[in-house]
Design a protein around this ligand. Structure first.
Ligand SMILES: Nc1ncnc2c1ncn2[C@@H]1O[C@H](COP(=O)(O)OP(=O)(O)OP(=O)(O)O)[C@@H](O)[C@H]1O
Ligand SMILES: [Mg+2]
Length: 402
C-alpha cells in the first residue's frame, strides 16, 4: 500500500476526499447569489481546522454556475495593515478577472489615460485599474469605489451576475488608529456604498470567530451587512460519512477498508472536527497497511492522539509563557473548557487549585486573556464569554498532565 493511496488529506486548505455535512451552508450561500441588489454579504467563520477554507473552495462552482465572477485571496501573509496596501491588494485581485473585460478607450481617456489603441477598447487589467484609481480625486475610499463601480458595471454589461470579492483569513485585518490607518473600515465603507448604488459586488469574508465582532467594532452597520455562516463540528453521523465515503471514490482494495467499529472510533475521537478526522483517518490507514495480520488489528488510538498533539497543539503550547500555561491549565480544568468560559469561573477554579498553581486575581485574568486573544489562542464573544480558538484545546492541556 503506497502513500498515494491513502485517501485522507489532513492539512490547511487541502480538499478532503469527501466534503461531509456542509449542504446547508452551501444552500444558504447559494440563495444569496440571487440577490439583486446585494443587501447581504457573507462571513464564513469557525474554529481552526473546522473546514472554512475548503468550504469556501467548494462554493466556487456554485458561484460560476450562477454566473458570478470570483476574485480574492488569502490575507494571512498579506500586508493589509495600511489602506494603500489593502487597495493595492484589491486592485491586483480584481485585475485577474478584469483583464477579460473591455472598456471603451474614450472613457479611459476622459480620466487621463492616453495610450492609443486601434480597437477603441482597453482590457480592464492592472494598468487600466491603476490609472483609474490614481486619477480619481479624493480619498482612497473614493478611488476604490470608482474602480469597483466600473468593474461591477462592466461585468454585468458583459453578462455576469456580478463580482464576488472573497478573502480568507480576514481576521488578520485590523484598523490602526495610532497610524491613522483604517483598512477594515475602508473595506466596509466602500462595499456598503457601492452596494447602495446597486453595483453587483459582494463580499465573502472567511476567518476565525474573532472576525465578525471585529467587523462590527470597525463599523456598527456591519451587523446588518453580513449573513454569518458559522461552521460547527460534524455530527457523529456526518463524521462517519467523512470517513467512509473516501473509500468509495478511491480504488482502495477491500481489505484496507475500515471496519464499522474503526469508523466509529475515529468519528468519536475526532469529536466531529474535520482536521482531526483527516489526521486520524490518515494515520489509521497507514498503520493498517503495515499490519501483517489485519484481522487482529487493534487501532493504537492513544499513540495517534499523541501524534496529533505534537502536530496540531504542541506548537501553540510552545508559544506561551509559564504563567500563561498556569492560567490555561486552570481553564482546562473547567468542565466547560472545550466550549466556553468566563473570568468569574476561572477565578473560582483558580482558588480551588491554589495548592498547585498560584492563584490569579480577576484583573490579572482579564489582562492575560487579552494577551492570549492577541496571540490568537483565545477569543471573546460579544457577551463577554471566552473560548479557545483551537478545538479541544482543553483536552490537550489535560492530557499533558503537570
Ligand atoms: N466537511 C468536511 N468533511 C471532511 N473533511 C473536511 C471537511 N471540511 C474540512 N475538512 C478537512 O479538514 C482540514 C481542515 O480544513 P480547512 O483548512 O478548510 O479548515 P479551516 O477552517 O480553513 O482551518 P484554518 O482556520 O486553520 O484556516 C482539511 O484537511 C480538510 O480536508
Ligand atoms: Mg483556512
Amino acid at each position: 500500500m503506497t502513500n498515494q493511496q491513502n485517501p485522507f488529506r489532513p492539512g490547511a486548505g487541502h480538499l478532503p476526499p469527501y466534503l461531509a455535512g456542509r449542504d446547508k451552508e452551501q444552500k444558504d450561500f447559494e440563495s444569496l447569489l440571487q440577490q439583486k441588489p446585494v443587501l447581504q454579504n457573507v462571513v464564513l467563520t469557525g474554529l481552526r481546522g473546522i473546514g472554512k477554507t475548503v468550504l469556501m473552495e467548494s462554493l466556487k462552482p456554485l458561484v460560476a454556475g450562477a454566473k458570478w465572477a470570483w476574485v480574492g485571496t488569502d490575507l494571512s501573509e498579506s500586508a493589509s495593515i495600511s489602506e494603500a496596501a489593502f487597495a493595492e491588494r484589491l486592485l491586483t485581485d480584481l485585475a485577474v478577472f478584469g483583464a477579460a473585460l473591455k472598456i471603451q478607450t474614450k472613457k479611459v481617456r476622459a480620466i487621463g489615460f492616453n495610450a492609443p489603441t486601434s480597437s477603441g477598447e482597453l482590457p480592464l487589467n492592472y494598468q487600466t485599474l491603476r490609472v483609474l484609481f490614481d486619477s480619481t480625486p479624493g480619498l482612497i475610499s473614493d478611488k476604490l469605489r470608482a474602480v469597483i463601480e466600473l468593474a461591477g458595471s462592466l461585468a454585468v454589461a458583459a453578462g455576469a451576475s456580478g463580482i464576488i470579492f472573497a478573502y480568507d483569513e480576514a481576521q488578520t485585518m485590523f484598523d490602526n488608529p495610532d497610524e491613522k490607518q483604517y483598512p477594515l473600515a475602508l473595506l466596509l465603507d466602500v462595499f456598503q456604498s457601492v452596494q447602495r448604488k446597486g453595483i453587483q459586488a459582494m463580499l465573502v469574508l472567511t476567518g476565525l470567530p474573532t472576525l465578525f465582532p471585529k467587523l462590527v467594532q470597525a463599523r456598527t452597520f456591519a451587523e446588518r451587512m453580513f449573513r454569518v455562516i458559522e461552521l460547527r463540528p460534524l455530527s457523529q453521523q456526518e463524521a462517519e460519512k467523512a470517513i467512509r465515503e473516501p473509500f468509495k471514490s478511491k480504488t482502495v482494495p477491500e481489505e484496507f477498508h475500515f471496519s464499522k467499529s474503526v469508523v466509529e472510533l475515529i468519528a468519536a475521537t475526532s469529536a466531529g472536527y474535520p482536521y482531526f478526522i483527516q489526521f486520524i483517518g490518515k494515520e489509521v490507514f497507514d498503520v493498517l497497511g503495515a499490519q501483517p495480520d489485519r484481522t487482529k488489528f487493534v487501532v493504537p488510538i492513544h499513540e495517534i492522539v499523541k501524534k496529533l498533539d505534537q502536530e496540531f497543539f504542541a506548537g501553540r503550547w510552545a508559544r506561551v509563557t509559564d504563567r500563561q500555561r498556569d492560567l490555561i491549565r486552570v481553564i482546562a480544568r473547567l468542565p466547560t473548557a472545550n466550549d466556553e468560559f468566563t473570568v468569574q469561573e476561572i477565578s473560582e477554579k483558580s482558588r480551588d487549585m491554589k495548592d498547585t498553581i498560584k492563584s490569579f486575581k480577576q484583573s490579572q485574568i482579564v489582562q492575560m486573556l487579552a494577551v492570549l486573544t492577541e496571540r490568537g489562542l483565545v477569543y471573546k464573544d460579544r457577551h463577554g464569554k471566552y473560548f479557545f480558538a483551537a478545538p479541544l484545546f482543553a483536552d490537550f492541556v489535560n492530557r499533558l498532565g503537570d
